[in-house]
Design a protein around this ligand. Structure first.
Ligand code: HEM
Length: 506
């Protein structure tokens, strides 16, 4: 009798799962007569997942695409996935068929941390995303608003220069990775919440712990994302659900604390609105065509926070790493800045437009080290054909922006750090040149580009103006590694430590 029950269970259980998969529309059925782009052979059940297990998926995917083509099919668990690795193909996905690929897949950690896609980055394409995008473009990241936060960048960068100058006076090396991360974190905290948490001792450390944990979770593998319906069981067994729940609860308390502070009637009227003020005002005055609720506001704050801190600091550190390995380029950039600024003593934002060579250095850094080398995944909304291949709804799309920036068809000596390649100004990152898309392109392109770029330019120009940079005692040029640490943004794995020398030529 028991054996019969067991047999029935074994028969019924898979059928039940199949029914749920089909009912929820999460079973990615590919018709037999479809013509799919080529791809590597797959293993049963896991497909090609094992091929992505290394630490730098953008590098593995580039290797594979050199064999299988600029449009390549992978099967990641149950999920059909396409990888795009050339400018021509990127144009098809991000311009010609942008609307069809303007949505994001629903991934476990991203969904939980974004209050089920109430934000901008992980929201599915639709009315909510359109409205949030409008708020971001018109209210939060407009040129005027970015300019209104200028005093914050100037204050924080001048504090950074002061602390490095003290290290230089005592001939101590600077952990630039740590210092620049703190800088961008303080800038974004003040822009988003009106204050940084640098003077609040333990609150800073618990807040930072939450931040690091959320970043780790967003970059983590979740079975749910590749094995719909059944994957949650594995994620429960590995403790992912519990970790995620703990982190979401901690972050939610933190956002709530910030919001309560802003709503406190005893709070003096702020001289300049921060982003939480703006969102709360829009909610109160009904200034948006969706009913902004508290979760929407928290989700938007989360986006700004994660997208803003991590990306800008990664770019500054990669640039300083490349410059340390290319002293002639560093010298040329310093000569340009010092020549134009003279003995003023600091670089301010009005000076930035003159630094033609520095801009080339930053562009070249973004080509070799885009913080989001695979952009943010997209998903097909409807069936379409590209280059004669069928693409079915719910197919995930990975755009390998890093591989596109390394394509020898477009870039001469792509492995080399040569800022001069940008000096004629014919290629920029505004999403129209598909051979170079560090900020993405199309509807889902980065809305924080101006804020990110001004932070990077302003920080780098002051680091190069105020100091000469040497290697710490006992460290040789070859010891500076280029190892990558994948996460929300790809960082340099090992901290960059350099010896600052106060520049007294001004
Ligand atoms: C140098 C700095 C930055 C780089 C390289 C960068 C890069 C990117 C990339 C590659 C994407 C995905 C685009 C796509 O899927 O096509 C993105 C999206 C996004 N970025 Fe940035 N970003 C930077 C700074 C910022 C800043 C400072 C903010 C805000 C404070 C920000 C907010 C966002 C948001 C909200 C999205 C999601 C847009 C959407 O899905 O509609 N980014 N960024």
């Amino acid at each position: 009798m028991l054996q019969l029950q067991l047999l029935a269970f074994l028969l019924v259980f898979p059928l039940y799962f199949l029914f749920r998969l089909l009912k929820h529309g999460r079973f990615h059925v590919i018709p037999r007569n479809g013509i799919l782009p080529p791809g590597p052979p797959k293993l049963p059940f896991i497909g090609n997942l094992h091929q992505l297990s290394g630490s730098s998926p953008h590098r593995v995917l580039r290797q594979l695409s050199m064999r299988y083509g600029a449009l390549m099919s992978l099967q990641l668990g149950f999920v059909p996935t396409l990888v795009v690795s050339s400018a021509t193909m990127a144009r098809e996905f991000l311009k010609t068929h942008d609307l069809n690929f303007a949505t994001r897949p629903s991934l476990l950690c991203q969904q939980k941390l974004s209050y089920n896609g109430s934000d901008l980055a992980f929201a599915p394409y639709g009315d909510h995303w359109r409205e949030v995008k409008k708020i971001c473009t018109l209210e939060l990241f407009s040129a005027k608003r970015v300019q209104s936060f200028r005093f914050i960048r100037e204050e924080e960068i001048s504090l950074l220069v002061k602390s490095i100058s003290q290290l230089a006076s005592s001939s101590s090396s600077a952990n630039l990775t740590q210092m620049v991360f703190d800088l961008t974190n303080n800038i974004i905290c003040r822009i988003a919440f009106g204050k940084s948490f640098k003077h609040e001792g333990c609150q800073k450390s618990s807040f930072h712990e939450l931040l690091f944990e959320a970043q780790a979770l967003m970059g983590r593998f979740a079975f749910t994302d590749y094995f719909p319906v059944v994957g949650w069981l594995f994620d429960a067994l590995t403790g992912l659900h519990a970790r995620l729940k703990r982190n979401c609860r901690g972050l939610d308390l933190f956002y709530q604390h910030v919001i309560d502070d802003h709503l406190d009637p005893r709070r003096p009227n702020p001289e300049k609105e921060d982003i939480t003020d703006i969102l709360l005002r829009m909610q109160k005055d009904g200034l948006s065509s969706i009913d902004l609720n508290m979760n929407d506001i928290k989700a938007m704050i989360m986006n700004i926070f994660f997208a803003g801190t991590d990306t800008s600091s990664a770019v500054v550190i990669w640039a300083m790493t490349e410059l340390s390995k290319n002293p002639k380029v560093m010298q040329k950039a310093q000569d340009e800045i010092r020549g134009l600024i003279g003995n003023k003593g600091y670089v301010d934002e009005d000076d930035l437009h003159q630094f033609h060579y520095l801009k080339c250095v930053i562009k070249e850094t973004l080509r070799l080290h885009p913080p989001g080398p695979l952009l943010v995944q997209r998903e097909a909304r409807n069936h379409c054909t590209i280059d004669g291949f069928d693409i079915y709804p719910k197919t995930r799309v990975i755009i390998n922006a890093w591989a596109i920036g390394m394509d020898p068809e477009t870039w001469e000596n792509p492995e080399e750090f040569l800022p001069e390649r940008f000096s004629d100004g014919s290629v920029d990152f505004k999403g129209q040149h598909y051979e170079y898309i560090p900020f993405g392109s199309g509807r889902r392109m980065c809305p924080g580009m101006n804020l990110g770029m001004v932070t990077v330019e302003h920080t780098l120009s002051n680091l190069l103006y105020s100091f000469d940079w040497d290697l710490p005692v006992g460290i040789k040029m070859e010891d500076i590694d280029m190892d990558e640490l994948p996460g929300v943004a790809v960082h340099k794995k090992n901290d960059l430590r350099l010896l600052p020398i106060n520049f007294n030529g001004h």
